[in-house]
Design a protein around this ligand. Structure first.
Ligand SMILES: [Zn+2]
Length: 405
């Protein structure tokens, strides 16, 4: 039996910030809820709830709504998120493009745009582009709002954005970016791995739906391949937060040599770069006239949805590889849920294919205990689960910062 940790409030100084996060999350979920209602849901004393609500109102995170029906028919004041007031800036950086967006307290995207890098642009110049766009969003959509912070979601592959740029190599990438952007933007900046943020989004969604989760594994398949393990709402971070370089885990000891020195690394089979290369290779025999084209990954995914022969062949191979990878992850972590996504097909056909390959490699009971899922969001930048997760992450971090009276 799982302990029901996700809704359980605790009256202790040291976890006041957790209580605050819990209260804000419940308000987000319930849309409108009374103080008494919050007290009942969390098991926290009414006085504690009143204090937390006062803090949240002072920060303009929440506001009082009109009267709502309370217990025993009494009319009480409702509390709701002040979605009109608070904004969070988010940027996603990959080796091929960057996206900049602005979000509200619900994690809903107000506006987002994605731009591909020009060839040969240096690393610092790239950061300036992102900074300028973030500033523009702040002035266009942040006027009369409270922009509480910026989240930068990066992937393992970001380090390959500019091999010439040595400065960050001596330092920690996350520290470098957070210092750069917080100085340039004059606000709190949080830098996190994209896969962690997708996992964070999923964790929040499932908990909000009342699903009892203890272990969640999330595989992000994009320009990099990163894996996140969430246990009881926390990421497995490893030393210095460096866990999750999953793309360099080998699935074939005699496979092709990787830049890291290993052979048969996962990223050389299923990352965007690898898939584009493999697609062009397959096209050479199937449809040579198309092989020279520089294919966008989303066009390749679309070709799969359209059941185009070469794309079907490509993703059959990918599904087989994922079967090996997922069987490994399930054996290792026994998660209640294993979810994958990003630049990969997410329809039923592909999911079923991946499931069939995974099933072959596991004892039946073990396979059945993990819910194997794919992020269903339509592949549009405004739906980007990593960016939305990043927004929720920034809100949480800001809440932890809050000074108690
Ligand atoms: Zn490698």
């Amino acid at each position: 039996m799982l302990k029901k940790t996700n809704y359980q409030g605790k009256n202790s100084e040291i976890i006041q910030q957790q209580n605050r996060l819990l209260v804000l999350r419940l308000i987000r979920e319930k849309k409108v809820v009374s103080r008494v209602g919050l007290s009942e849901l969390t098991g926290l004393k009414q006085a504690t709830i009143t204090n937390i609500i006062n803090e949240l109102m002072e920060r303009e995170y929440v506001e009082e709504t009109g009267l709502i029906e309370g217990a025993n028919g009494r009319r009480v004041k409702g509390i709701a998120l002040n979605s009109e007031k608070v904004r969070v800036l988010v940027s996603r950086i990959t080796s091929d493009y960057y996206a900049v967006g602005i979000y509200d307290l619900q994690g809903t995207c107000i506006k987002v745009a994605k731009k591909f890098w020009e060839q040969g642009e240096g690393f610092l110049r790239k950061l300036e582009f992102i900074r300028d766009d973030l500033r523009e969003y702040m002035s266009l959509y942040g006027e009369n709002k409270q922009v509480i912070g910026t989240g930068i979601a990066i992937e393992g592959s970001v380090t390959s954005m500019d091999p010439e740029f040595k400065e960050w190599q001596d330092r920690d990438m996350e520290t470098y970016l957070s210092q750069y952007f917080s100085e340039e933007l004059g606000m709190a900046v949080f830098v996190e791995n994209m896969s962690n943020m997708s996992a964070f989004f999923e964790w929040n969604r499932q908990i909000s739906n009342g699903v009892e989760l203890q272990t969640l594994v999330c595989l992000s398949i994009g320009y990099a391949v990163d894996c996140t393990v969430v246990f009881d709402g926390r990421f497995l971070k490893g030393r210095n937060g460096k866990a999750g370089h999953f793309g360099h885990v080998s699935i074939d000891m005699n496979g092709p040599l990787c830049e890291c020195g290993n052979r048969g690394c996962i990223r050389n089979y299923i990352s965007v770069g690898a898939l584009k290369k493999r697609y062009a290779e397959l096209l050479k025999s199937d449809a040579p006239e198309k092989a020279e084209q520089d294919w966008n990954i989303r066009d390749i995914v679309q070709a799969y949805y359209d059941q185009e022969k070469t794309a079907v062949m490509l993703y059959e191979e990918v599904a087989e590889k994922l079967g090996v990878i997922f069987a490994n992850l399930i054996n290792q972590f026994h998660p209640e849920e294993l979810i994958f996504g990003d630049e990969i097909p997410n329809n039923d056909t592909f999911l079923e294919l991946v499931k069939s390959y995974t099933k072959k490699r596991l004892p039946k009971h073990r396979y059945e205990r993990t819910n194997l899922m794919v992020f269903r969001e339509k592949r549009k930048t405004e739906n980007d689960v990593g960016m939305r997760g990043m927004c929720l992450f920034v809100i949480n971090e800001k809440l932890k910062d809050m000074k108690l009276n």
